[in-house]
Design a binder for this molecule. Structure first.
Ligand SMILES: C[S@@+](CC[C@H](N)C(=O)[O-])C[C@H]1O[C@@H](n2cnc3c(N)ncnc32)[C@H](O)[C@@H]1O
Length: 502
């Protein structure tokens, strides 16, 4: 059993199955009001809880990214390491499990979740996380939630929050899980409740595991392991940029990655405290992303004077690896990112590299027509659903919809076609996604080979990554493309396909 079942350890005994309406909550509850970003006034609430609520609300109301907003709020509030850790667990844990918590809130309040005011819902989800999944004293979880409700919502909301959360404390966490699963409409929905993933994502993962050669008898176990991995915080991994710093010079408790030849595993904590990270010679980066970049740079020896293009570069993690590798081999790189703010992040990511690459801010879909046959290697790290990086971006699972996939697939096709045009004959193309969704991965490979029949041939990316990792990488069924998995490789679910232009 994944997610809530394993995390659940709170919950007081007794109380039975009483909802908040039977336990003293304001029966009418707060009225739904126009979405806005409420800003809690300072009050007797632990700063970690206040910051967590601010981030959760910004993610819901303003589409903020927790992984970008939380560190800046922690830094601005000067939280010490313990409080920073608490704020992170509160924020990420709540965002990850909110699908499950919403079912519990509906049961405890007797009210459809969509009828609860957004700000109140944020407070309730944060309270649920403390009660159902953390070893937080229940009175502290309830009292501070009520105080937060007083700060961000109406007066009636405090009674409602108090009633709902007290009702939740009266039933053990394991029983809430059973009750929530009883509301499920089918097997996928039961899994969706237990693992707090949308059912369509679970179906997409199942199809991707099948496409990766997982046999039917192993499929339920692998799927369960994958969902559990998604709900487990990722290890902190770093890249030591080749030619800029040796791995063993990074220090500060880091250890070489068993997978990536340029990777390190670091102790949890603020990576900015590591001097090499501060200087930009080492960077926080998933080992799967490191391997995706190395698949292109190490697929064959570099010839001095080669020109490389990183077509979708923002925020620049892979551009930095390409640029460091290119520098060692005498090649040059251009990073391209059409979103100005993200292009700024690319420039920052490569600032420590001598003769840093040029950064373009162009639409990648037209570069092939404007600059045909201009590059020896091109990386298309395409915009995608990001369903392979849910460990690091817990809210992404609730933000994307099946409708997003169709639009992304068209953009990905256009970017691949543009890259093929921009590639010199004999040049190499790497197509990469941080999603295992088959339409974004193997579907794109088949489409590209069909559209560019006689122009593109696939290169064996599995063989390339076996060589890069010295045989350490575990791969699925034999195929030219590589699908990495959190539960198998301890990386994001990166997909890598390599092509050569004939
Ligand atoms: C998956 S991210 C790339 C991650 C990056 N390679 C890294 O490792 O840090 C995809 C990027 O493609 C950019 N993008 C979106 N539309 C694009 C287009 N038409 N042309 C080029 N890039 C695009 C997005 O803004 C986003 O920054």
């Amino acid at each position: 059993m994944s997610g809530a079942a394993r995390e659940g350890q709170g919950g007081s005994a007794g109380g039975g199955r009483r909802g908040a309406s039977g336990g003293g909550a304001d029966r009418r509850g707060p009225q739904r009001r126009k979405p806005a970003t409420p800003s809690p006034k300072p009050g007797p609430v632990q700063p970690a809880r206040r910051i967590a609520l601010e981030v959760i609300t910004a993610v819901r109301a303003d589409d903020a990214y927790a992984n970008l907003l939380l560190p800046s709020k922690i830094a601005a509030a000067h939280l010490d390491a313990a409080d920073a850790g608490l704020a992170t667990e509160l924020t990420y844990g709540t965002l990850r499990m909110r699908g499950y918590y919403d079912r519990v809130i509906e049961l405890a309040s007797g009210r459809p979740i969509d009828e609860i005011d957004g700000a109140v819902r944020d407070v309730l989800e944060l309270g649920c996380h403390q009660i159902l999944s953390m070893r937080v004293a229940q009175h502290a979880a309830v009292n501070e939630s009520v105080e937060l409700a007083r700060q961000v919502a109406s007066r009636s909301a405090t009674g409602f929050v108090n009633g709902v959360l007290r009702a939740i404390t009266r039933t053990p966490a394991s029983e809430w899980l059973e009750r929530a699963m009883d509301t499920a409409t089918d097997d996928d929905d039961r899994l969706a409740v237990a693992a707090s993933h949308p059912a369509w994502v679970i179906r997409a993962f199942r199809r991707a595991l099948v496409a990766d050669g997982v046999p039917p008898d192993d499929l339920p176990f692998q799927l369960d392991d994958l969902l559990e991995s998604d709900n487990t915080p990722a290890r902190l991994s770093l890249t030591a940029l080749p030619g800029l710093i040796e791995r063993d010079a990074v220090g500060h408790g880091t250890e070489p990655s068993p997978l990536s030849p340029i990777g390190l595993l670091a102790p949890t904590g603020d990576p900015a405290g590591i001097p090499a990270v501060h200087e930009g010679t080492a960077r926080v980066q998933d080992e799967g992303s490191q391997l995706a970049a190395l698949a292109l740079t190490r697929a064959r020896p570099i010839t001095a004077g080669e020109r490389w293009l990183d077509l979708c570069a923002g925020p620049g993690g892979k551009t930095a690896v390409l640029a460091a590798e290119a520098r060692l081999g005498g090649a040059t790189v251009i990073g391209n990112e059409p979103v100005a703010a993200r292009a700024g992040l690319v420039r920052r990511a490569i600032a420590a590299i001598p003769d840093a690459p040029e950064v373009w801010e162009r639409d990648g879909t037209t570069i092939g027509a404007d600059d045909p046959e201009s590059f020896d290697r091109i990386l298309v790290d395409a915009p995608c659903t990001g369903l392979g990086a849910l460990r690091r971006r817990p809210e992404a699972r609730w933000r994307k919809t099946p409708g997003d996939v169709a639009a992304l697939v068209i953009l990905q096709q256009e970017l691949i076609d543009s890259a093929v045009r921009a590639l010199k004959p004999g040049g190499l193309l790497a197509y990469v996604t941080c999603s295992p969704h088959v339409a974004e991965t193997r579907g794109q490979v088949q489409g590209a080979l069909r559209r560019w029949d006689g122009v593109l041939e696939q290169v064996d990316a599995q063989a390339v990554l076996r060589a890069v990792t010295d045989g350490a990488v575990t791969l699925g069924a034999p195929d030219a493309a590589v699908q990495l998995w959190p539960h198998r490789n301890n990386t994001d679910a990166m997909f890598v396909a390599l092509f050569r232009k004939l």
